[in-house]
Design a protein around this ligand. Structure first.
Ligand code: ZN
Length: 134
């Protein structure tokens, strides 16, 4: 079993099979890869007047993102500690005090030392909300 880096869903390894990769398995599940391919193709063919409209943009992000309010990745600073509310893949919320060790813009996530687990974990910014800055 493996967590998809895109949708975060726990899936069988067979869902990650990618013969074009040396490891034989990708980080994103095949369903996400298909969606990505389709989207990038559509983006070029559709007229860009629609995407420039700010109202449409917010509608799209509202549909794609989770239903709770998160804190933007840019609000986190390496070397600082935060109390965050983290919503896990089962949509369970928990409060954690974390110390930011690194930030990955590419995956919209940060690696942080979690004081309650006493372990460095990766947190997705779209699932985290800052409650307090230390
Ligand atoms: Zn996926």
């Amino acid at each position: 079993m493996k967590n998809c880096g895109k949708c975060g869903v726990l899936l069988e390894l067979s869902s990650f099979k990618d013969s074009s990769l040396a490891s034989g398995y990708g980080n994103y599940c095949n369903a996400c890869k298909k969606i990505n391919n389709r989207k990038s193709r559509n983006r070029h063919s559709k007229s860009d007047t629609v995407s420039k409209h700010p109202l449409n943009k917010s509608k799209i992000s509202g549909l794609r993102g989770p239903s709770f309010t998160n804190t933007e990745l840019s609000s986190y600073e390496i070397g600082k500690s935060y109390e965050i509310e983290y919503t896990n893949l089962q949509n369970k919320k928990s409060k954690r005090i974390v110390y930011i060790e690194s930030i990955s813009q590419n995956s919209n996530s940060f690696r942080a030392y979690c004081h309650s687990k006493e372990y460095v974990l990766t947190f997705r910014a779209d699932r985290s909300k800052i409650l307090r800055i230390y």
